[in-house]
Design a protein around this ligand. Structure first.
Ligand SMILES: Nc1nc2c(ncn2[C@@H]2O[C@H](COP(=O)(O)OP(=O)(O)OP(=O)(O)O)[C@@H](O)[C@H]2O)c(=O)[nH]1
Length: 133
């Protein structure tokens, strides 16, 4: 059954609760499981700390989460599903993922040139890109 979640996956969002250290510590297990299902390293992954509106109950400091995100090559978003004004909102996570996926597609379909049977990457970063991340 779990296999279905990983088949043809395009992006992975790891979510923890900033008010529960255990949920942050469990991320390692989730990442291992994801890797165990051979999710390609080209599939974008983001880390999301939710419930950041509960400022008095925070157990996972932002810098701890940021180090973890960096170590696993992920962007970190701290969000609140309850209060969109708090920090980054949930929409921006999906905008970021959409942007990354679109950029990858452009690389594959637009920027690969075939010359004399050889593949050459010609991608240049788009200065007009309004990607939020
Ligand atoms: N304050 C606050 N509450 C939230 C937030 N997101 C979810 N909740 C609340 O947390 C409770 C659990 O939400 P669920 O969507 O059921 O999440 P869950 O992962 O199944 O449950 P938990 O592990 O208990 O968080 C509900 O009462 C939600 O209203 C948030 O960003 N801020």
């Amino acid at each position: 059954m779990v296999e279905h979640y990983y088949r043809n996956v395009h992006a992975v969002v790891f979510v923890y609760d900033v008010t529960k250290m255990a949920s942050f510590q469990n991320l390692k297990t989730w990442i291992q499981e994801c890797n165990g299902h051979r999710v390609s390293s080209s599939v974008p992954r983001v880390l999301v700390g939710n419930k950041c509106d509960l400022v008095d109950q925070i157990q996972v400091p932002s810098n701890t989460a940021l180090k973890f995100a960096d170590a696993h090559n992920m962007l970190l978003f701290e969000t609140s599903a309850k209060d969109p004004k708090e920090s980054q909102n949930v929409d921006s996570i999906f905008m970021c993922l959409a942007c990354r996926l679109k950029a990858q597609k452009s690389l594959i379909y637009r920027d690969v040139e075939r010359e004399d049977g050889r593949v050459r990457l010609t991608h240049q970063p788009d200065p007009k890109s309004n990607c939020p991340c």
